[in-house]
Design a protein around this ligand. Structure first.
Ligand code: S3P
Length: 444
């Protein structure tokens, strides 16, 4: 199905209440499959996100010779083949819309004895890959891309990799993870220095699989040639999916919603800090640690929000949540400004431009800048209207929750990719109190 075919219709009214559990964390789900595949022995994954992105990683690993059982309701059993056990795939690996699959797999496959080709959909085929190919080439990898540095990726394999000490120019967990995965196959030590903290699921999970690595300040190092031991991975609910409900419940008067078992790794909680800074009432309950990752239930109640200048330091810690945060800003009293977020322009869509266009279509003054946005917010500013998500899952869901407090309905086009990260979004949002319907639209 072409992704333009799915349209969301959201009618204003109601509020968010009850207890819900959003699907599993996308970043952790990808890594559980990859590390489980490379481990010796079996890895049992629970809470796995059965969305298209993580299923693309799963299919790619199967194509590389790994036995993976999907047992339903997020239970996945990975029969690890060991770091040296992958086999060449019979065809190009299609990673769909998933940047995480493409960048992490590039690092992982650079160290194999065989060649691989990675392809993706139209959006993924526009995304920058030099950030991984350049340092991987320095390690000795041979990788071809288009002249623009975009996919398809042709990874030669077969060459020897050597460890590097790399200063990342952009704060990117995908680049860090790609280099650490290649580092498993490199001679000597591979070190990555990050300019700002980024999600550290790869580091935590490598440790959980018994692989030694060290962090000193902003530098993470590991030595190649070790082995991983199969283990259990309990994937918490994705804070990036929870974010839409944190915003929705903050905005709608009368809301009192609890999101269960959400991952609250400190490298991911920027959205909570930013919303609290705006005045949101979010409580972390029953904080605990599950399999090396912090988890809590999040209780969110309606509260009036005010516009803020978002601190630059929080940007990498909330990088996927800005579409939702921009919606909060549209209803918050006063001006919200974001800077230092040029990375948003190279996500699944140009999230600065596409969000600005959508907010403007709904009557909000939103001015894009080179590396951020300025939003003039207030109650009643978001009138309603028709917006195009450009096939970007998070834009579609952000405008869906925007509809609850709008003056008139919000109609969102091109929503099928919501399934990449949040299968069942429409049903769960309706259960929590959103008046939403999905309908087949006209293909464009
Ligand atoms: C991810 C890292 C982030 C994030 C993406 C998932 C990961 O990308 O936006 O959705 O799982 O490592 P960058 O590394 O490009 O910031």
């Amino acid at each position: 199905m072409h992704s333009s075919e799915l349209i969301f219709h959201v009618r204003p009214g109601g509020h968010m209440s009850g207890r819900i559990r959003v699907p599993g964390d996308k970043s952790i789900s990808h890594r559980a499959i990859m590390l489980g595949a490379l481990a010796d022995g079996v890895t049992e994954v629970s809470g796995f996100l059965e969305g298209a992105d993580c299923l693309a990683t799963l299919a790619a690993m199967r194509a590389l010779g790994v036995g993976i059982e999907t047992l339903g309701q997020g239970h996945v059993r990975v029969h690890g083949v060991g770091v040296d056990g992958l086999k060449p795939a019979a065809a190009a690996l299609d990673l769909g819309n998933s940047g995480t699959s493409m960048r992490l797999m590039t690092g992982l496959l650079a160290g194999q004895a065989f060649a691989s080709t990675l392809v993706g959909d139209a959006s993924l085929s526009r995304r920058p890959m030099r950030r991984v190919t350049e340092p991987l080439r320095t390690m000795g990898a041979e990788i071809d891309t288009t002249a623009d540095g975009t996919p398809p990726m042709r990874i030669q394999g077969g060459g020897a990799l050597s460890g590097i000490d790399y200063d990342m120019p952009v704060a990117s967990a995908q680049v860090k993870s790609a280099l650490l995965l290649a580092g498993l196959y490199a001679s000597g030590e591979t070190c990555v220095r990050e300019p700002a903290p980024t999600r550290d699921h790869t580091e935590r999970m490598l440790a959980g699989f018994g692989y030694a690595l060290s962090r000193t300040g902003d530098r993470i190092c590991l030595r190649g040639g070790g082995r991983l031991r199969g283990t259990r991975v309990d994937v918490p609910a994705d804070i990036s999916s929870a974010a839409f409900f944190l915003v929705a419940a903050s905005l709608a008067p009368g809301s009192d919603l609890t999101l269960e078992h959400v991952g609250v790794n400190p490298t991911r909680t920027g959205v909570i800090d930013i919303l609290r800074h705006m005045g949101a009432d979010i409580e972390l309950l029953a904080a605990r640690e599950v399999g090396g990752e912090p988890v809590a239930d999040l209780r969110v109640r309606h509260a009036p929000l005010r516009g803020v200048a978002i601190p630059d330091a929080l940007v990498p810690l909330a990088i996927d949540e800005f579409p939702a945060i921009f919606v909060a800003a549209a209803y918050a009293e006063g001006r919200t400004t974001l800077t230092g977020a040029a990375e948003l322009r190279v996500k699944e869509s140009d999230r600065i431009q596409v969000m600005a266009d959508g907010l403007q279509a709904c009557g909000v003054t939103a001015v894009p800048t080179a590396d951020g946005i300025v939003i003039e917010g207030g109650a009643g500013r978001l009138r309603g209207g028709t917006v195009n998500s450009h096939g970007d899952h998070r834009i579609a869901m952000a405008f869906a929750v925007a509809g609850q407090c709008a003056q008139s309905p919000v109609i969102i086009q091109d929503c099928a990719n919501v399934n990449t990260s949040f299968p069942g979004f429409v049903e769960l949002a309706a259960q929590a109190g959103l008046d939403i319907e999905a309908a087949a639209g006209v293909d464009t």
